[in-house]
Design a protein around this ligand. Sequence first.
Ligand code: FES
Length: 167
Amino acid sequence: MNEMRERPNLNLARINEIIAHYQDQKWGLIPLLQKIQEEFGYIPPESTQPIAKALGLFPTQVQGVISFYTQLYTKPQGEKVVRVCRGTACHVRGGKTILKLVKQHLGIEEGETTPDYEYTLETVACIGVCALAPNIVIGTNTHGRMNPKKVAQLLGSRKDAEQHARP
Ligand code: FES
């Protein structure tokens, strides 16, 4: 059964500690953002101002970089990110149906995170294993030749647990 997890804590002291390592290093903006995301799973919007101040940049410059890189998140992500491939090979082999089923199992849309922060759902362009289409990636594991049964096997227990938890 799934245990509800709390929203990740925002430890501003730790963020400031990380930022301090990059004081006055404009070139260090991307590694700094990556480091913050590595620790917190996302870039808390509250960190934009202190980052800009420490590196001698405008907050809009920091925000611009964050929004440019799709791998940088401004919202907390789930413990596991589910990526459904929307590349051509996956699409023609039923990727659309797989995405629909994954959405149903998780109860969220693309770009959303489950309320317990267990899963975030994303779609991605071709992940390079077209021969196994349709594919999904959960965390760092790729699952090929997906079908409704496999989706249920991978995510079904979650749906069952939630249904049992409902009043
Ligand atoms: S199109 Fe999905 S892996 Fe290539």
